[in-house]
Design a protein around this ligand. Structure first.
Ligand code: SF4
Length: 267
């Protein structure tokens, strides 16, 4: 194949080993797909299979709308919005696990203990909880707060936006109508926009995608990062050996590691 696997020797070595072992891999799969990829429609977002009146394709200048009336701009951003929705779901799933783990830990039902009590009290105070409660009670209160914020109405803006966003950004988001509520309800609203004939306007769909992104960050990502630091300790620089094939000894390399550590830390 002509595809350059990687500039990094360890990645090339891994690819060679995969080939020797007869294993399928992403480089070969990508190259094979590239041969047959639909460049006129699919790669440009100018096709749609969302309902039984399709599939539809857009040919600029000739066939400007799908059966339902959706144009190419609308089709492309609607796919983008649904990709955002998948991202929001996975972050919110993660945030929900953190919230439930905080509650279970405060109730003494996990092998964990609250590691960063300073961060717990600081975050709780920012959210209007009583920071002077006993640590275990406060962990339960915080977990419940995160769960209720995830499920809060999309008409009421999130407290975490007020706490963490700058006034200038909040004013812009208000003006655009994208100040978000809880991720679970924003998700319901956003996916409803994607149903055939509900929203055919690419600007409206793009604003919905931005609103979803803000809800994801402020309703799920920030609470889950705080929650994990509170549970397992705020990360500090430390030495370790690994090779992702992305480090260069002549630069300062910063690698952020995280995601869902529950099982790893418990075992
Ligand atoms: S939603 Fe509209 S563009 Fe998509 S398949 Fe149905 S009719 Fe065609």
């Amino acid at each position: 194949m002509s595809l350059e696997i990687s500039a990094h020797e360890s990645i090339r070595e891994m690819y060679k080993k995969l080939k020797e072992d007869g294993m399928t891999n992403l480089w070969d799969r990508w190259a094979a797909q590239e041969q047959i990829r639909c460049k006129s429609f699919c790669a440009k977002g100018l096709s749609c299979q969302f309902c039984s009146n399709g599939p539809c394709r857009i040919i600029p200048g000739k066939l400007e709308r799908g059966t339902c009336g959706m144009d190419g701009d609308g089709m492309a951003i609607r796919y983008m919005l649904l990709r955002n929705a998948m991202g929001l779901s996975t972050y919110t799933y993660h945030a929900r696990e953190v919230a439930k783990t905080l509650i279970a830990t405060g109730e003494g039902k996990t092998p964990f203990k609250i590691s960063d009590t300073v961060k717990l009290r600081d975050f709780a105070a920012k959210l209007g909880l009583n920071p002077n409660s006993p640590v275990d009670h406060l962990a339960v209160d915080l977990g419940r707060y995160i769960l209720s914020a995830i499920n809060s109405d999309s008409n009421a803006s999130l407290k975490t936006v007020e706490v963490f966003a700058t006034p200038g950004r909040i004013a812009v988001w208000k003006r655009l109508g994208i100040l978000p509520g809880g991720p679970a309800n924003e998700q319901i609203d956003a996916i409803s926009h994607c149903l055939t004939n509900v929203d055919g306007d690419y600007v409206s769909l793009a604003k919905t995608a931005m609103r979803l992104a803000l809800s994801c960050i402020y309703g799920s990502l920030i609470p889950l990062e705080y929650g994990q630091d509170i549970l397992f300790g705020t990360p500090k620089p430390h030495r370790m050996n690994f090779d992702f094939g992305i480090l260069d000894p002549s630069y300062v390399n910063i690698v952020v590691n995280g995601h869902e550590p529950f099982v790893g830390i418990a075992s």
